[in-house]
Write a protein that binds this ligand. Structure first.
Ligand SMILES: Cc1cc2nc3c(=O)[nH]c(=O)nc-3n(C[C@H](O)[C@H](O)[C@H](O)COP(=O)(O)OP(=O)(O)OC[C@H]3O[C@@H](n4cnc5c(N)ncnc54)[C@H](O)[C@@H]3O)c2cc1C
Length: 428
């Protein structure tokens, strides 16, 4: 193996967070490379809601127009308990420059970000997989496998990705945006423990019947949280948290497999199962005739890496922390954080002082710990659950909001349910 290249920053992983970091680096004129083990953007909707905070960040980056052109605006959220709609949250009241949420399939968002890098002539090294990392005098030496497509087999030919060549790349800083199963985190032996509930989620992307849904629906019952969001192009997503999953989709990373082909392994994710889930969890949608175009079963855990910055390596996005299913909190924290981290890295590259990076790493950890514990409605102060017995902390975990917007939503829900408690009391 030979070391044939040096760069200031290496971004590992071209998911939404790694791509955002790469664009921030590009905009600051920092020398960098970005690589991903797969051959292109994801083909699936996965995390498909962008919060007002993320929209404001994309606006600052000059990306908002391109994102909105492929997204659907969602103006309100309705909360259901069983069959009853117990609250409607008008997002236009949020204290934000962009008081709405948009839905955009994750693959489409990645496509927008890839096009932005392409427009500035930056190449992403697709089919490049990190194999090893070592510390070096100049920073971090990363061993990379370049993968190529090859036909193998004799009686039955099939295509496989094999290593064509291995080379080294030395970077002053590595931004490890390599997802939930981050190899870089594991190679560094950084623990990634649960700091909140662990559960699974099953998601169904469906062709939407002719209807003009523009509301996001969150349903709560003893069986768990459920969601429905309209997507652009007449599609929609139904999601259900599960206390346990019998089978999980093969790849928690960006999988290019069509999960439908795995249906043999996912007998629990057929048309009949969707019908049953809707009947038991979101009965108000049970009459819908849905054509499933993609489905997946994903294990989720609210997790946080013990160390986010480790001597030249910064864990970004899902490699640093992962969140509650359905709510898109991971992606909506990860995208703006990528901007903050790049700003701190810029300072470090100019001065050699890691202080700013350490402060950002600490603030990311603290924010995630607070979010995981969600003590907005702790016993003794405020309300823990609504008169309809909805656990308000669970509602906040499930809302695709972050930062000040989430705090605002917490106060609004508290006031709303406190008022309706009085009304109920008055009636009895
Ligand atoms: C099927 C599915 C459904 C989901 N649904 C939801 C949902 O409903 N709501 C929600 O909030 N979140 C959902 N998620 C999670 C969401 O996709 C992630 O939170 C989000 O993608 C995080 O972005 P990221 O950029 O940090 O990581 P990722 O998008 O995971 O990107 C990591 C990238 O790193 C690359 N990579 C990994 N290892 C290496 C290596 N060794 N070398 C080079 N490249 C590497 C991967 O190919 C990938 O492109 C879902 C995930 C899956 C898999």
């Amino acid at each position: 193996m030979r070391t044939n290249k040096k760069t200031q920053v290496l971004v590992v992983g071209a998911g939404p967070v790694g791509l955002t970091a790469a664009i921030s680096l590009q905009q600051r004129g920092i020398d960098f490379e970005i690589l991903d083990k797969t051959s292109g953007p994801s083909e699936h909707s996965k995390a498909c809601l962008l919060s007002p905070e993320t929209l404001a960040f994309f606006d600052d980056m000059g990306l908002l127009k391109s994102v909105l052109a492929r997204a659907l605006a969602i103006k309100g959220i309705q909360l259901f308990k069983g069959t009853d709609c117990t609250a409607v949250f008008d997002l236009s009241t949020l204290p934000s420059a962009f008081p709405f949420i948009v839905s955009i399939p994750q693959g489409e968002l990645e496509d927008v970000l890839v096009s932005c890098l392409k427009a500035s002539k930056k190449k992403i090294l697709w089919n490049h997989r990190v194999a090893r990392i070592n510390r070096s005098a100049g920073g971090v030496l990363v061993t990379i496998d370049k993968l190529g497509r090859h036909m193998t087999g004799y009686a039955v030919m099939h295509e496989e990705m094999l290593v064509d060549r291995t080379f080294g790349l030395e970077a002053k800083v590595v931004l490890a945006a390599d997802g939930f199963h981050s190899l870089i985190r594991r190679l560094n032996k950084i623990p990634y423990e649960a700091v909140g509930d662990t559960m699974g989620s099953v998601v169904f992307e469906c062709q939407r019947e002719q209807n003009d849904d523009t509301m996001l629906t969150l349903g709560f019952s003893d069986l768990g949280a459920s969601s429905h969001f309209p997507l652009p192009n007449h599609r929609s997503r139904y999601g259900f948290t599960m206390s346990q999953l019998e089978a999980v989709s093969a790849d928690r990373d960006k999988s290019h497999e069509v999960y439908d082909e795995d249906l043999g392994n996912f007998s629990g994710l057929g048309d009949q199962e969707l019908k049953e889930l809707l009947a038991s969890r979101m009965p108000y949608f049970a009459h819908r005739n849905l054509d499933i175009v993609w489905r997946a079963a994903v294990p989720f855990g609210i997790r946080l890496a013990d160390q986010i910055w480790d001597n030249g390596i910064f864990l970004l996005g899902d490699s640093a922390r992962s969140g509650f299913p359905l709510s898109a909190k991971s992606i909506n924290h990860g995208i703006p954080e990528a901007g903050k981290v790049v700003e701190a890295v810029d300072g470090y590259l100019q001065t050699g002082d890691t202080n700013e990076i350490e402060i950002v790493a600490k603030s990311i950890r603290t924010e995630w710990e607070d979010l995981a514990s969600l003590a907005y409605f702790s016993a003794g102060e405020g309300m823990k659950s609504s008169p309809e017995n909805i656990d308000l902390n669970l509602v906040l975990q499930t809302l695709p909001l972050t930062g000040d917007d989430l705090t605002f939503a917490a106060h609004k829900l508290d006031t709303y349910f406190a008022k309706s408690a009085k009304v109920l009391k008055g009636r009895s």
